[in-house]
Structures are given as C-alpha cells and as structure tokens.
Ligand binder design. Structure first.
Ligand SMILES: Cc1cc2nc3c(=O)[nH]c(=O)nc-3n(C[C@H](O)[C@H](O)[C@H](O)COP(=O)(O)OP(=O)(O)OC[C@H]3O[C@@H](n4cnc5c(N)ncnc54)[C@H](O)[C@@H]3O)c2cc1C
Ligand code: SF4
Length: 409
C-alpha cells in the first residue's frame, strides 16, 4: 500500500500539454499573477517564455527569483495567490500556474542546468538557525551576494517541514534533496544534528558572525490537555514525519480518529487512506463554511472516503473513546477508534533563544528585526502567512535587510 503514498498524486505536463496550457495565457501587461506571488517568482514572465517555447529562459526566471521553485510549484496554494487574480478566470478557468512551473523546474533538472552562481566573497558571515524554506532562501540570497553562510539544523536532515511534514505524494523527497543541493552548491554549509540553545549557544553564533537569522519555524505539534499521556494518541506532525522517514512502512489499525480541520489534518487523512486504512473519521471544530483547509486538500480527502464531521468539540476522553459535543446543537457523539491523531496546530519552541523579542514597528522591516540588532527572524515565526511561498518571501526580505544594514566589503 505504501506504493500509492510514494507516487506523486498529480500528474505533470508534457512539452505538448504545457504549451497548450501556456497558449491560454492572455499575456497581460502588469500581470496580476506576478503581483500576487509573495515570493516574486514572476509567473507572467515565465509563462510568456513557455508560450514562445523558451523553456530554458522560463527556468532562469523561476530559479533566479525563487530557490525553491520546484517545491513551490508542487505545494503552493496557488488559488490564494497567483491564480486568484488570473485574468483568464473571466473567460473560463485560471491558468494552472503551479503545474507550468513544475514542468519548467523538472526541465531544468533533467537538462542539468546550473543557473545560480556564488557571489564574490565579501568578508561577512551570517549564521542561520533552522533549514526550512525561509532559511534556505535567505542562505541562497546571501551566498549569491558573497556572504559566508552556516546553517544549524537540529534534525539529521535539512528541509524542515518540506522534508518531515509535507507528505511524499505531494512533495517527493528527491525534489527537496535537489533544491537543497542548489543551495549548498552556492557554498552554504549545513551543520546537522545541531540544536542551537543546546549544542551551540546563540551568544557563540553572535560572536562568530556579523548577523544571525532565527528561522526555527513552528516545528512542534500541539497537544490538548485531555489527551495527554494517552497511549493511543499521536500528534499529527510526528505521525507524518514517521511515515515520511519510513517511506510509508508503518503499521496502522483499521479504525482511526483524526481531530482537526486544517491542511495538516487533510494530509493525515489522505496519507492514512493511501496507506490502506479502512475507516477514518475526522472530527473538526469548525463548520464546513469556516474550514481552514484548502478546498483542494479537503476534496482529495473526501474523494478518498474520509468521513468528515464538522462543528464538534471533544469534551471527554476515556482510552480509545472520545465524546464530542456539537458547538450549537444539543446532544453528544461518542467515537471509539484504535488510534487517535491530533492535528490541532503547531507552535515554535525557541528554547535556549529566549532573549529574542521580535519588533513589530517600522512597516518595511516589521516582524524581521528583534531587540538585538544582530539577530533577525524569518519564516513561520515572522509576520506573513504560514506557507512555503511566504517563508521564501521572508527569506528574501531578511537577506536584503541584512545586506542593506551590514553590506559587504
Ligand atoms: C504537514 C504540513 C503540511 C504543509 N503543507 C503545506 C503546503 O502544502 N503548502 C504550503 O505552502 N505550506 C505548507 N505547510 C506549511 C509550511 O511547511 C511552513 O509554513 C514552512 O515550512 C515554514 O518554513 P520555516 O522555514 O519557517 O520553518 P520550518 O519548515 O518549520 O523549518 C524550521 C527548521 O528549524 C529547525 N529548528 C527548530 N529549532 C531549532 C534549533 N533550536 N536549532 C536548530 N534547528 C532548529 C527545525 O528542525 C526545522 O528543520 C505545511 C506544514 C505542515 C506541518
Ligand atoms: S494573470 Fe493569468 S492570463 Fe494574465 S499573464 Fe498571468 S497567467 Fe496569463
């Protein structure tokens, strides 16, 4: 069953079908799609290049603007960003920008293109804590400007939620490896199994570097007090990491209860189905009209047969049995399952980095600077959306902010 989990769910374009899709583009001046990409990947320009069969030029546009172009092509909620204002929506359906970008970055890899170049050393050093999308983009942007960059990652492999969170059927590990390789080819060093605050202190990083970027993400899953110490309960992000690490080789019972209604819960639901679990009930606090999960992820979970029960709150837990009450309708529902997975949010743990206070002042640097002039923040702990493309944007922003502050020789 793990075979289904290991295959990409969405098929990619061929050279013929990508040109067909690009030929629907209206080649808008001042393209709304380009304005709406938080990372500035510039879809208007790369789609124009594809339209004129210039795949190489298209790859250069994507890669120059976004070092995680291939990852964003697969996981970006495009309906919220570039596709939202696509002018083609007025005629039929928006251009499938994510899939065009995926074709382009696959073309780049297949043809062994090397687009990014390391900058001439400028004598400045920056340390980055974490190796998720914000850290990787900040590292690449600064390395291209000539900075010496060291990344510190607590896990055994780099990538943050790209590697350990987003499931294989949506984001294959070899794509994550490839894009990390593009970053290390710029001379960026990644120190794995190194927890800042435990194995090395923030003070040491500050004294050895001209600036430090904290990009630790929200890498811990939340627990609800009623479920603590229950042996049948697992946290969603821990479960997804276990499945991804083992390439889908996990033992699972036939009846599983999932609690939560965001994208992470939908990833758990689809993963369980692809691994062959027969009965999955997902109980969600929000009602359908308030759902936080993307429409596409919700549709995928429902199409695979997950029962989604909306508007209920867990009020009591007795081993494998959870009692829920509806938020407005009187009465109770009891669900008994062999395993319970909690997908109720993630939080950052800046243990050992407690001195850091994010400053939310001046508008252009809001959320990137801290009370310590040498320490900056990026990614999920900064102020933008909690998505990969927003993390990329914060990585670019913080890199240019540091460059403007400490410059180079
Ligand atoms: C299951 C799941 C599915 C998702 N799906 C999508 C999606 O489809 N599309 C989308 O756009 N977004 C998605 N997201 C959100 C997205 O992954 C995050 O917004 C993004 O990864 C945040 O990037 P980041 O760089 O801030 O941190 P992270 O990716 O969280 O990386 C932070 C890194 O810092 C490391 N770290 C933490 N503390 C320390 C320390 N003290 N010392 C050293 N290292 C440390 C962590 O180990 C981790 O590797 C998903 C998230 C999850 C959990
Ligand atoms: S908004 Fe849509 S139609 Fe216009 S350039 Fe972008 S992809 Fe093409």
């Amino acid at each position: 069953m793990s075979k289904k989990y290991l295959q990409e769910l969405e098929p990619g374009y061929t050279p013929l079908t990508v040109c067909e899709e690009a030929s629907r583009c209206l080649l808008c001046l001042d393209a709304p799609c380009s304005k709406d990409c938080p990372a500035g990947t510039d879809p208007g320009r790369f789609i124009r290049a594809v339209r004129f069969r210039n795949f190489k030029g298209a790859a250069e546009v994507v890669r120059e603007n976004n070092v995680l172009g291939s990852i964003c092509a697969r996981v970006c909620p495009t309906e919220r960003y570039c596709q939202k204002g696509c002018a083609r929506s007025g005629i039929d359906v928006p251009i499938d920008i994510g899939r065009i970008q995926r074709f382009i970055t696959d073309f780049e890899e297949t043809n062994g293109m090397k687009i990014l170049k390391k900058g001439k050393p400028n004598g400045k050093r920056v340390a980055i804590i974490g190796s998720g999308p914000a850290a990787l983009q900040a590292a690449a942007s600064l390395a291209r400007l000539g900075y010496e960059i060291n990344l510190y990652e607590k896990e055994a492999k780099a990538g943050g939620y790209l590697r350990y969170g987003i499931p294989e059927y949506r984001l294959p590990t070899h794509i994550v490896d490839k894009e990390i390789e593009y970053v290390t080819e710029l001379g960026v060093k990644i120190h794995l199994n190194t927890t800042v605050g435990k194995d090395i202190s923030l003070d040491k990083l500050k004294s050895d570097n001209d600036a430090v970027i904290v990009a630790v993400g929200a890498s811990y899953g939340k627990m609800l007090p009623k479920f603590e110490n229950n042996p049948h309960v697992e946290i969603a992000v821990d479960f997804l990491k276990r499945v991804k690490d083992s390439k889908g080789q996990v033992d699972l019972p036939d009846n599983i209860l999932v609690i939560g209604g965001g994208d992470v819960a939908m990833d758990v639901n689809v993963t369980l189905k692809l691994l062959g679990v027969k009965n999955i009930s997902d109980v969600v606090y929000e009602e359908f009209c308030e759902f936080r999960a993307s429409k596409k992820e919700l549709r995928d979970a429902q199409a695979l047969g997950v029962s989604i029960i909306d508007g209920y709150v867990p009020v009591d837990v007795d081993g494998k049995t959870v009692t829920f009450k509806h938020r407005t309708i009187p009465g109770e529902v009891k669900i008994t399952a062999d395993k319970i997975i909690l997908a109720v949010g993630q939080y950052p743990n800046v243990c050992g980095l407690e001195g850091i206070r994010i400053v939310n002042g001046e508008s252009d640097i809001k959320g990137y600077v801290t009370t310590d002039p040498k320490v900056f923040v990026a990614g999920d702990i900064a102020h933008l959306d909690k998505t990969v493309v927003a993390a990329v944007r914060t990585g670019k922003d913080v890199a240019s902010l540091i460059h403007s502050r400490i410059g180079g020789r």
